[in-house]
Design a protein around this ligand. Sequence first.
Ligand SMILES: *[C@@H]1O[C@H](CO)[C@@H](O)[C@H](O)[C@H]1NC(C)=O
Ligand SMILES: *[C@@H]1O[C@H](CO)[C@@H](O)[C@H](O)[C@H]1NC(C)=O
Ligand SMILES: *[C@@H]1O[C@H](CO)[C@@H](O)[C@H](O)[C@H]1NC(C)=O
Ligand SMILES: *[C@@H]1O[C@H](CO)[C@@H](O)[C@H](O)[C@H]1NC(C)=O
Length: 247
Amino acid sequence: MTSPAFLGALCLALSCLGSARGLGRSDDLEWGKLIMVHHWPATVCQEVRGHCKDPPSYWTIHGLWPDKSEACNRSWPFNPQEIKDLLPDMKRYWPDLLHPSNCSLQFWSHEWKKHGTCAAQLDALNSQWKYFSKSLDLYKELALSSVLQKLGIEPSIDRYYQVSDIRDALVSVYKVVPKVQCFLLEKGQEVQLLGQMELCFSKDLQLLNCTHAGEPAARGQGAWPRLGLHVCEDGPVLYPPLNQTKL
Ligand SMILES: *[C@@H]1O[C@H](CO)[C@@H](O)[C@H](O)[C@H]1NC(C)=O
Ligand SMILES: *[C@@H]1O[C@H](CO)[C@@H](O)[C@H](O)[C@H]1NC(C)=O
Ligand SMILES: *[C@@H]1O[C@H](CO)[C@@H](O)[C@H](O)[C@H]1NC(C)=O
Ligand SMILES: *[C@@H]1O[C@H](CO)[C@@H](O)[C@H](O)[C@H]1NC(C)=O
C-alpha cells in the first residue's frame, strides 16, 4: 500500500534527485532555447497507476525548460508568496498529477530550482512571478488542448492515429515542428501512448522548431524517472481518454 506520507516522501526524494543531477553542469552550459513541455494526464496516470486523483481532461504544463542548463542558482529558493496571485491558474494548468494532495508546491519548487533559475537569465523571466506567469501565458497562447480538438485529434480508446499525422497537423497550426513524445505500454504487443508534447521558443519567446534535421531526437528528460517517455516512433499511436478501462 502507498500512503500519502510515502507519496510525499517520494515527491521530496525525486525533487532532491532532480537537483542533485543538475550539480556540476549548471551555469557553464549556455542554453539556446526554451521548451514548453505539456503532458497528457491520462497517459501520465496510466504509467503510475493509482497515484493520480481526478486528473484533468486537458493537457497540463510539465514545465518551461531551457534546453541545456539546469539548477543555475542554488541561492534562489522557491517562494510561493511571490506567485500568490497565480495560484488558481497554477493549480488548474500546472498541477502535480502524481502527488495531487498539496505536493504541487514541491513540484513547482523543483521546476523553479532546476529550470526557472536558468530561464531567469532572460529579463522577461528574471523573477519567480515572471517565470511562472509567462509560462502560463505561453501555455494559454498555444492552447494545445483546443488546437488538437479543432484538428479532429481527440482522445479515443480504440482509434489509432499516425504519429506523422499528429505532427503534421500541429505544424500546420503552429508553423514549427513540435517534439511528440510517447510512453510505451506493454499490451500483448507494444502500444505507443501519446504522453508529452514539446513546443520550443527562442530567447525572445518566438516559436522555433524543436528539432533540426540531423539533431538526435531523444533526450531522457522528465522529472519522474519512472516515466519512460521517448520521442514517438513513426507509426500508430493511441491518444487515450481519461476514463479508459481496457488498456
Ligand atoms: C542568485 O539568486 C540570488 C537571489 O535572487 C541573487 O541575489 C543572486 O544575484 C543570483 N546569482 C546569480 C549568479 O544570478
Ligand atoms: C501540505 O502542506 C502543508 C503546508 O505546507 C504541510 O504542513 C503539510 O504537511 C502538507 N501535507 C502533506 C501531506 O504533504
Ligand atoms: C522547421 O522545420 C521545417 C520542417 O523540417 C522546415 O521546413 C523549416 O525550414 C524549419 N524552420 C526553421 C526556421 O528552421
Ligand atoms: C468516457 O469518455 C468517453 C469519451 O472519451 C465518453 O463518451 C463517455 O461518456 C465517458 N464515460 C464515462 C463513464 O465517463
